[in-house]
Design a protein around this ligand. Structure first.
Ligand code: ADP
Ligand code: MG
Length: 566
């Protein structure tokens, strides 16, 4: 386009924004991207989730003369976008494996006659030789590659089909390419540009999502913690992410028992089941979706009020992406992560099972960074923004650390109690048994081993299970004790424990945070109705006790305490 045409189209931008999309103003970065693309330049667009990336290619598509081809990784995502474009009167369509042959042919025909402005395709489809040939016969104005981090092994969601998109540049040297993503650290950004051979002329907007409050709570009794949190949300929309399908099913079931409208979503469900859950959630007919990472990419629901991570995500990008699904409408929202340091060991162990090589190194690196985030004792937002190379000079004042800075106490006595107890039980038992002995439990496993006769039995009975759990984790973290999950999870002593036992050093511990801070913004305290069968629960309660003893675990691990207390 020459300069005069460009000026003309720039004026056109605002009017198209209003008349077609119904928005009054551009969001941060949108205008710059659109101008750059209309001037025929490549563009790497990095905007936070919900920042309005789609508009960056949808609007130019209407202004430029030919066809805009959008590459998108998910079928559901294509359908949603095309449906809403058609609703606004834009001629758009998609092609993917879910479409019946008859309809595909219709789309191809429309495309051939230049009746389409936007066409969404999967990367496989785009790169089919026959499809490339068809495109060569047309006037293609732009290739927009959505969720472009999928192209990079450094991204958190690498897809091999995406890697082949590098061929586009050779096939269509004249057509500008736009790559869009919400999550890309430096390495991923460089990799995206290199693979697509686009000039690294990138446009960034802030990664900060000021309306999201980040909280990382120590995972103590996750079931109760989740319940307490969800109860306080008064039936607003939320997503709970878990690390496995089984966990997803369990958590969803438990939330339902507690009177919440919750459904499970994971790749083990049928296509119809998943579509149904997604649909009801979008229409506000369902409060909570409990899901694996399979849920979310492209979920365009603006009023998600909270996202909970029941287990640690695999990377900071995944965490950012997933928490970013909250509060797209700009209203106050919560991101809560329940963090058990042992989960890091578990994920690490899983990665160790994978094939050694660069990919494994990447995963280790990402996990370590995630662990560092979870363990940080400084403003969460600063840590997060720093990860994306964005300077954040001031603490945010709106995360758990800022609102309630960690308090330290003289932990020498607590530490001595724990360490001497580890010593007395012969360094051969896991955390739960250790706490039982400390708290003077008469559980079958304690009695059987004669641990009720030890001098350390009951020396910590004045403090809760959760208190000791937190203290023990800190001692492990400080290197005074060790827990090897590959060897039966026994807690052992490290040489440095000696000085603590002798009282030769000072030791500050963080005060365990047992209660999760929840927002005070929603004061209405009404709860969803609880439909319990009291008799059934009395029976379950008994069953739980028996099972707990048999399995040698605290009762809440068998079934949620609070549920049964009702
Ligand atoms: P992203 O892909 O960056 O996560 P989307 O393109 O899905 O974000 O946009 C998120 C929301 O913002 C959508 O509901 C969209 O309609 C809305 N939106 C986009 N641009 C604007 C704008 N200029 N003004 C108001 N709302 C906008
Ligand atoms: Mg998007």
């Amino acid at each position: 386009m020459d300069q005069a045409a460009l000026d003309n189209s720039v004026d056109q931008l605002s009017s198209t924004l209003q008349s077609v999309f119904g928005y009054r103003t551009f969001r941060e970065g949108q205008r710059e991207v659109i101008e750059q693309i209309c001037a025929g330049q490549d563009c790497l667009v990095i905007m936070p989730t919900g920042g309005g990336k789609s508009l960056c290619y949808q609007l130019p598509a209407l202004i430029m003369p030919g066809l805009t081809v959008v590459v998108s990784p998910l079928i559901s995502l294509m359908k949603d976008q095309v449906d809403s474009l058609i609703q606004t009167g834009v001629s758009a369509a998609y092609l993917n494996s879910s479409l019946p042959r008859e309809e595909s042919l219709q789309v191809l025909q429309k495309m051939r006659y230049g009746e389409l402005k936007l066409l969404y395709v999967s990367p496989e489809r785009l790169l089919q030789a026959s499809f490339i040939d068809r495109l060569h016969e047309l006037n293609v104005s732009l290739f927009a590659i959505d969720e472009a981090h999928c192209i990079s092994q450094w991204g958190h969601d690498f897809r091999p089909e995406y890697a082949a998109l590098g061929r586009l540049r050779q096939q269509f040297p004249q057509v500008p390419i736009m790559a869009l993503t919400a999550t890309a650290d430096k390495a991923t950004r460089a990799d995206i540009c290199e693979r697509l051979t686009i000039t690294p002329h990138s446009l960034l907007t802030s990664f900060d999502r000021p309306n999201i409050r980040y909280t990382v709570a120590e995972k103590l009794n996750a079931a109760n913690q989740l319940r307490q949190f969800v109860d306080a949300q008064n039936g607003t929309s939320g997503i709970v992410y878990c690390s496995s399908r089984r966990r997803v099913d369990e958590v969803a079931e438990r939330l339902r028992l507690q009177g919440h409208q919750a459904e499970a979503y994971h790749a083990g469900k049928t296509q119809e089941e998943r579509a149904d859950v997604q649909d009801r959630f979008l229409k506000d007919q369902l409060d909570i979706v409990v899901a694996t990472v399979a849920f979310g990419m492209g979920i365009n629901k603006s009023n998600v009020r909270y996202v909970v991570h029941y287990d640690i995500p695999k990377s900071v990008e995944a965490y950012y992406q997933e928490t970013g699904r909250a509060g797209r409408d700009g209203l106050d929202s919560e991101a809560l992560m329940l963090f058990d340091p042992a989960d890091i060991g578990r994920v690490r162990h899983l990665i160790e099972q994978s094939e050694p090589g660069p990919q494994q190194q990447v995963e280790f690196h990402k996990l370590n960074t995630m662990a560092a985030f979870a363990e940080a004792q400084t403003c969460r937002r600063q840590v997060l923004l720093h990860y994306f190379d964005e300077p954040a000079l001031k603490a945010c004042g709106n995360c758990d650390i800022c609102l309630d800075p960690p308090k330290k106490y003289n932990g020498i006595q607590d530490a001595q109690k724990v360490l001497s107890c580890i010593y007395r039980i012969g360094q051969r038992f896991g955390i739960n048994h250790l706490i039982e002995v400390l708290r003077g439990s008469k559980s079958a496993s304690v009695i059987e081993r004669g641990h009720d006769k030890l001098s350390t039995w009951g020396i910590g009975k004045e403090k809760s299970h959760e208190h000791w759990l937190s203290v023990i984790r800190q001692l492990i973290h400080l290197g005074l004790a060790n827990q090897d999950i590959t060897r039966g999870s026994s807690v052992t002593l490290n040489p440095s424990a000696r000085a603590v036992l002798k009282g030769e050093v000072e030791l500050l511990l963080a005060e365990p945070r047992i209660v999760i801070q929840t927002t005070k913004r929603r004061s209405n305290n009404s709860r969803a109705p609880l439909n319990y069968d009291r008799k059934l629960f009395a029976r379950l309660k008994l069953l739980r006790r028996t099972l707990a003893e048999e399995l040698d675990v605290p009762p809440y691990l068998v079934f949620n305490d609070a549920t049964l207390a009702e």
